[in-house]
Write a protein that binds this ligand. Structure first.
Ligand code: XLS
Ligand code: NI
Ligand code: NI
Length: 437
């Protein structure tokens, strides 16, 4: 059964093409920065947005039919699986990511939900082998069901904690069966609305307990992938505990989880936290915690997670610059945690959206590689900190300088004589010169 009729396999046709269903910049086999673009970018399809989200919002019903012609939920889940692989094949995407509840709808009991997951997991495993597709990461949806109204791992009710643990246990099992290269904890409703009813210390201790249990269990059943926390500052709760990269790093270190977890950075979550996407990536990278990316973009005029397909090439360029500086992806990749707008409600829109996102990141990779080989930015930064490579600066960096010595040095200096320009405008123009040359 073909679900996306009339759309052929999307291919690289280069800048000259006039086809909307072609890649202009994503040439999977082209080598950029020492690896093929396919290996550098590791694109993934998000099951929830692409296969499931129907365009509902606070003010209206769905506008996009994602039943795939089925009337019954499990039949729809089976068809979704086939449609997902057709879509990945046609877009030449190697990976996908899912929440447990995206692939199979929740049943009346936990046991029934698990049986449904087993059935669809077996189907996915077969389709993955037949189509040579891989699982970038799995996760559990511990936020949609009403039982999680006060959170899951941070719920005030121990029964809810237990239910979440059971759900995560199963999600770890199916992720392992499917050879998942990662497992994500996104905070969902792990946060709070008011301190008047909240024991913040206990909630965070419990979240860490759940993560320790999850890591130990996953390793015991043979999961060899990476664990990620995906920071997000707000929405759905007012205060999400995993606010941003720095906050998550502090949490991981406090609870001794920093050896087990890396970060999954989402562009739209970065801007919600008042940071740039590149800032969040840089914090992760410079702390040895860069893992994976949820590739999307927000709208700077809106204060929520709009999860739009990424098209801003400055952002994808600065993102890929961080990725290249981190040495590239290992087990992570670029997961399009993005959905078409409610008004873009046809299957064609989904293809056009992925093509624009993939091309925007392909351009970003090409530009980032050019910026590195151009060398002007890197050498400017290197020179800017030159004073730390000799004399007193070298002693500061070595750790041998003392307060007394620095005081004596400052006294002898009189005052600081040179403070060179940061040349921000020049550097911004260098980026433009490289990008548009
Ligand atoms: C929601 C998150 C979510 C995670 C996976 O804002 O981005 O989709 O990526 O649970
Ligand atoms: Ni995300
Ligand atoms: Ni998000």
């Amino acid at each position: 059964m073909e679900f996306f009729k009339g759309i052929d396999k999307v291919k690289y046709e280069g800048k000259g093409t006039d086809s909307p269903y072609a890649f202009r910049f994503y040439d999977p086999d082209a080598v950029i920065g020492g690896k093929t673009m396919r290996e550098q970018l590791r694109f993934a399809m998000s099951y929830w947005h692409t296969m499931c989200a129907e365009g509902t919002d606070m003010f209206g019903v769905g506008t996009i039919d994602k039943s795939y012609g089925a009337l019954e939920p499990m039949e729809s889940a089976r068809r979704k699986a086939y449609a997902a692989f057709e879509l990945m094949n046609k877009l030449d995407i190697d990976y996908f990511c899912f929440h447990d509840r995206d692939i199979a709808p929740e049943g009346a009991t936990l046991a029934k939900s698990n049986a449904r997951l087993d059935e669809i997991t077996a189907l996915l495993k077969r389709l993955m082998a037949e189509n040579n597709k891989k699982l970038l990461w799995g996760t559990a949806n511990c936020f949609g069901n009403k039982r999680y109204m006060h959170g899951a791992g941070t719920a005030p009710n121990a029964d809810v904690f237990a239910f979440a643990a059971a759900q995560i246990k199963k999600a770890l099992e199916i992720t392992t069966v499917l050879g998942g290269e990662g497992y994500v904890f996104w905070g969902g409703r792990e946060g709070y609305e008011t301190l008047l009813n909240t024991d913040m210390a206990l909630e965070q201790d419990n979240m860490a307990r759940l993560m320790h249990m999850a890591v130990d269990y996953a390793r015991s059943i043979g999961f060899t992938g990476d664990f990620y926390i995906e920071p997000k500052p707000k929405e759905p709760t007012k205060h999400q505990y995993d606010f941003d990269s720095a906050t998550v790093l502090a949490f991981l270190r406090k609870y001794g989880l920093d050896k087990d977890f890396k970060l999954n950075i989402e562009a739209n979550h970065a801007t919600l936290a008042g940071h740039t996407f590149a800032h969040e990536l840089c914090v992760a990278r410079t702390n040895g915690a860069f893992g994976s990316i949820d590739a999307n973009q927000g709208d700077m005029l809106l204060g929520w997670d709009t999860d739009q397909f990424p098209t801003n090439v400055y952002d994808t360029t600065l993102c890929m610059l961080e990725v290249l500086r981190a040495g590239g992806f290992t087990k992570g990749g670029l997961n399009f945690d993005a959905k078409t707008r409610r008004g873009s409600n046809t299957p064609e829109d989904i293809f056009l959206a992925y093509i624009s996102g993939m091309d925007a990141f392909a351009l970003g990779l090409r530009m980032a590689d050019k910026i590195i080989s151009d060398g002007r930015i890197d050498s400017f930064v290197k020179n800017r900190y030159e004073s730390y490579s000799v004399g007193i600066g070298k002693r500061i960096v070595d750790g041998s300088a003392t307060m007394e010595e620095l005081e004596a040095y400052a006294l002898s200096m009189g005052d600081v004589k040179t403070n060179i320009s940061g040349r921000q405008e020049y550097l911004e123009n260098v980026i433009n010169q490289i990008m548009f040359s």
